[in-house]
Design a protein around this ligand. Structure first.
Ligand SMILES: *Cc1c(COP(=O)(O)O)cnc(C)c1O
Length: 449
């Protein structure tokens, strides 16, 4: 397991967790509590904390055991950067080394980000946009995560609601809850290439809707929205008078037929905020650098005070390291197309492998072959299985019998679906499907009625 040391694997507990266990067993620490000290932890983030995915993975890893005599295959969560085949580009590494060595990146940066970084992101995004952005339209953030946090904080107001897809990166939920913004959910349609249920959005948006959030390319469904579909999204947003926040963090991870179309193309129809980062495309989520981009040719964000509010929020938040900001222009400009082609080829081969292998496991079907991102979501048909009650049960038994960890869709709001991470070494996927086949054979109903 040493190659997985950076993964979230529950056997790597924090010091605190180990101390807690010790205290419980030895009985020390009694009496030091609420009676003496006048302070206590703020509970506001409690409901917002993203505990369900981690909690579920912890339980699944706990089911794995040495007795199974197989390595643990952690396909429940995704961080491809731990695998050799997804090492980042040398050009990006050189950019960071150069930035560090230059001595020019040791100072504080302005809250909005340093000018060369803002300009580089504008140039990078403008390649595909009709309405060119200026460096002033870009804010540099601590990964895409801070972009999410900043936008929700900047827009929150009493009675506000935000329209999110049912399948969403959990941080949107967390920050909406933390900012007391009501969450309204629209469906994605698995049988229509996971398109957005536009009528559903219209039905739930109202005068208190602060934004419609879309994820494109979509994590975890792996689809890429077409030009026509996105245009409809923009037209609907205009009709409803709401902005579109487009999370395009996976815009470099494209390996299918649909070409990636940035939502910013439609910014003359409705204003668009694009969120992005280098975390996924360059396989460096630990570098923590991303951006918020305002695609707003009509200056709606200025006149409505949104730009001001974003700046104020960034002024009171920690900034991404100046070293990374200073390196960003070279990372964006010097990384060669070959690098992306290579990692996308590996991912598409992994998808092909998984898609083929699923044919031998009839209880799992995938409605649409992923053409982006690093996951495969499959629908679980429990009627074919003897003694499995739902996706959670399926994943628990799989972990227990095969040391294979997959994520039950329930955690993502998809009851009786199962999510695979395909951003792993090919040999791990091959092994996973051999184990799944064995598992299926063991649990399939012998007499189908
Ligand atoms: C990973 C991810 C993020 C967060 O990106 P970071 O740059 O790591 O902060 C945001 N949105 C989606 C859809 C993601 O998959």
């Amino acid at each position: 397991m040493s190659q997985h040391k950076n993964l979230f694997v529950p056997s790597f507990k924090t010091d605190q967790e180990e101390e807690d266990v010790e205290r419980k067993t030895t009985g020390n620490g009694g009496g030091i509590g609420g009676d003496v000290w006048k302070f206590k932890g703020n509970k506001a983030a409690k409901g917002a904390a993203n505990v369900s995915m981690k909690g579920t993975l912890t339980r699944l890893f706990d089911c794995c055991s040495k007795d199974v005599n197989k390595t643990i295959l952690p396909l429940g969560h995704g961080d491809p950067s731990v695998y050799r085949c997804f090492q980042t580009s040398v050009d990006a590494e050189d950019a960071v080394v150069e930035s560090l060595r230059s001595g020019a990146a040791n100072s504080y940066a302005p809250g909005v980000g340093i000018l060369p970084a803002r300009r580089a992101v504008a140039n990078y995004l403008n390649r595909d946009l009709p309405h060119k952005m200026k460096s002033d339209d870009i804010f540099i953030t601590v990964g895409c995560c801070q972009g999410i946090e900043t936008m929700i904080h900047a827009l929150a107001r009493p009675k506000a609601n935000i329209v999110l897809p049912t399948l969403i990166y959990p941080l949107y939920h967390s920050h909406a809850i933390h900012s007391l913004v009501e969450i309204r959910k629209y469906n994605l349609l698995p049988d229509l290439d996971w398109e957005i249920d536009l009528q559903g959005v219209e039905a739930i948006a109202d005068e208190n809707t602060i934004a419609l959030v879309i994820i494109n390319p979509h994590n975890p469904c792996g689809n890429v929205y077409t030009y026509e579909h996105l245009k409809k999204v923009a037209e609907m947003a205009r009709k409803l008078g709401i902005m579109v926040i487009s999370d395009e963090v996976y815009n470099k991870t494209i390996y299918g037929e649909n070409k990636f179309v940035p939502m910013g193309i439609f910014s003359s129809i409705a204003p668009v905020v694009t969120l992005g980062s280098i975390s996924k495309g360059w396989f460096v989520p630990g570098w923590r650098i991303g951006w918020i981009a305002m695609n707003d040719p009509d200056n709606v964000f200025k006149t409505t005070g949104v730009v001001e509010s974003i700046k104020e929020h960034l002024d009171i938040s920690p900034d991404p390291s100046t070293i990374l900001q200073f390196a960003l222009p070279n990372i964006l400009e010097k990384t060669k197309k070959d690098f992306f082609d290579k990692s996308n080829l590996i991912l598409s081969q992994n998808v092909d492998l998984a898609f083929d292998a699923l044919k031998d496991i009839p209880c799992l079907t995938c409605p649409k072959k992923p053409e982006s991102c690093t996951y495969l979501v499959t629908k679980l048909d429990i009627s074919l299985l003897e003694d499995i009650t739902d996706d959670f049960d399926f994943c628990m038994k799989l972990a227990r019998e095969q040391n294979l960890v997959l994520l039950p869709g329930e955690v993502l709001g998809l009851k009786n679906w199962v999510r695979f991470s395909i951003g792993v070494e090919r040999s791990m996927l091959e092994d996973a499907f051999v184990r799944l086949k064995g598992f299926y054979a063991r649990h399939v109903k012998t007499q189908l009625t």
